[in-house]
Design a protein around this ligand. Structure first.
Ligand code: AMP
Length: 271
């Protein structure tokens, strides 16, 4: 595994290859990331993983500062997984140039997380646009856990006629149902139990409203979530994942998207 901190040295190296399969991450690696990396390794191209905690996608400085970082352990794990390249850029390496493509932000960026984290998706698209320009990957592996992010990156790529192909990867969960996330390390045992109870609550709710949409009663659900131990609820909404339109009847295919806090930790998921 070769480690790069500077885009020019990285670009010189990848020019020699047939192409790159790219797995962007913010580090704090877990089973979700590992699953993306394993899928990438099956492609015919060399696997490049990036670790960059992108300050521009955090709407609160405190959240950026407390985001879990474990670079030493991550490097060890990536060596064991035998990836080809690891890119750990500095802020200047990513933001010290003007990209050719302008970011395209689809209107669905105003929904869900976009409504509650101002500037978040602008930050995500900004960094992805830059990574794409530096690496020019053949494939980009993204998790469905962050489905709205995946959808918006796909829209940007389509609109700007970029040749990279997005590979959508299924959500990996812990045994207790909760989606693996770097932020889970900020939860204690009791808080993990709350997150697990909330996951099963939404899982059952989805089954119920598939049969009878009238059971989707917002105020009752809010009360239930608070009783289960959520500290604050950002949203729980049903969307058609093909076009990001809100679902109002149960005869359409949908995912239930939710975001909430346990104390200061914000968790998101969709099922
Ligand atoms: P992050 O490091 O949180 O920015 O995530 C990097 C990539 O891993 C994104 O494409 C995420 O959607 C994906 N990812 C995060 N958690 C999971 C998970 N539990 N299952 C599958 N993919 C995930």
């Amino acid at each position: 595994m070769k480690i790069f901190k500077d885009k020019h040295t990285l670009q010189k190296e990848i020019l020699k290859t047939k192409g790159i399969s790219f797995v962007p991450t913010m580090g704090g690696l877990h089973k979700g990331h590992i699953s993306l990396i394993k899928q990438s390794k099956k492609s015919k191209f060399k696997t490049l993983v990036s670790i960059f905690v992108n300050p521009k996608q955090f709407n609160k400085k405190s959240d950026f500062r407390s985001y879990p970082r474990s670079t030493k352990e991550d490097v060890k794990l990536l060596k064991k997984l035998k990836i080809n390249y690891l890119y750990i850029p500095t802020f200047k390496d990513i933001y010290g140039f003007k990209p050719k493509n302008k970011v395209f932000l689809d209107k669905s960026s105003k929904k869900l997380c976009g409504k509650f984290r101002k500037g978040h998706f602008e930050g995500v698209l900004n960094v992805m646009n830059r990574f794409i320009e530096i690496i020019k990957p053949k494939y980009i592996y993204l998790g469905k856990k962050d489905y709205q992010q995946l959808y918006l990156i796909k829209k940007h790529i389509e609109k700007r006629k970029i040749k990279s192909k997005i590979i959508e990867c299924k959500t990996i969960r812990e045994r207790n149902g909760i989606a693996c996330s770097s932020r889970n390390t900020n939860l204690n045992k009791n808080q993990r139990k709350i997150a697990s109870d909330i996951f099963y609550y939404f899982n059952n709710l989805k089954k119920k409203i598939k049969k009878d949409f009238n059971l989707f009663k917002i105020n009752n659900i809010k009360k239930d979530l608070i009783n289960l131990g959520a500290s604050k609820i950002d949203y729980f909404e049903n969307y058609n994942i093909k076009n990001f339109r809100k679902i109002k009847k149960s005869n359409q295919k949908f995912n239930l998207f939710f975001a909430y806090y346990i104390k200061h930790t914000r968790l998101i998921d969709n099922i």
